[in-house]
Design a protein around this ligand. Sequence first.
Ligand SMILES: Cc1ncc(COP(=O)(O)O)c(C=O)c1O
Length: 403
Amino acid sequence: MNNNLKKDFPIFKTKIKGNPLIYFDNAATTQKPQQVIDAIVNFYSKNYATVHRGIYSFAEYATTLYENSRKKVADFINADLSEIVFTQGATDGINIIALSWAENNIQEGDEIIVTDLEHHSNLIPWQELAKRKNALLLSIPITNNGELDLPMFEDFLNKRTKLVAVCHVSNVLGTHNNIELITQKAHKVGAKVLIDAAQSIAHEKIDVKKINCDFLVFSGHKMLGPTGIGVLYINKKIHKEIHPFKFGGGMVFNSSVEKSTFKEMPYMLEAGTASIEQVIALDAAINYIQKNINFDDLKKHEAQLCAKLINGLQSLPGVKILGPVEQLKKNGHIVSFAVDKIHPHDIAAYLDEFGICVRAGHHCAQPLHQKLGIDSSIRISFYAYNTIEEVEFFINLMKKLLL
Ligand SMILES: Cc1ncc(COP(=O)(O)O)c(C=O)c1O
């Protein structure tokens, strides 16, 4: 990895209680490079106007910047322009699928499959939909190793299965799911597939054509971009099954007091004034990733950090790594663990004294923690700017605490 990456992120000049900031909470949200900050400041100070409405050239330029971002996103994940809907984030994207597609395409007696690895965002919209429709919600269990029980998944599949909603990478265990295989198997029974790529989009090449999924969601703020912006990919093969559910300005083709007609995809799902500066800054974030982060190098770098972290933690008494250890050492960026008789919050507070930010809690995955038989865990999640020295510093502090 390029060791100079940190210099692009002004936040790393910040001291936490007199210590350099060591940021290990990238699965929650990533830090922002100057280029993304500049994109927002420049838009506000030089180009700010609304999009898709103004006829004056200034507003047309804002529309160009906004639509250029859609093109950037489409190219980034190998989609077509009409397949990219701007949302507020991954949660919003999943809820939009529930309301614009599932509401009309899932009926009483139909089945929805999720997994025990899901973030609340990819579970509760389906619980609620199943309740509304009298449909059945099934969850693929995990093995002792923290990987999906795929034979059980195959047992669940049948002609009543209408949707399989699965995360690409677990935000707790770091498990990397074989989404191509899952998609292929689900399609065989005619089910649609939703991929929650919130934890993979910043770490590897996502190619929606290769995955062949029907829906895919992610958030801008987990990939160096701002909050308040996300992307929902909807495969154009199913655009005819999508119905608008949020109505207002921007999505109308023609309107009279008696009736209205609506624009085609993606605009039919983008009612109201858009998150313009966030969309433009997402373009800058993707630009930054494309120019500065090679995904093969990133994978090696993050795997090294995970291996160092796991080996260090495993040498300590009372520490239990929760995820698929061997997989994480090869292809991980998230590692969660628990320590005997010490609450995760106490460990996070101890590390905070040294400028280290880690996540402690259930990470919006309570059902998974229940299955693991614990209330909460400590999560370390890496990105390109983290270093081996930071992991060593962390392990030394854990040694002081536990030895
Ligand atoms: C796997 C996964 N899915 C969905 C989400 C929700 O993302 P957001 O809160 O940006 O909508 C998260 C956030 O942590 C996540 O980790």
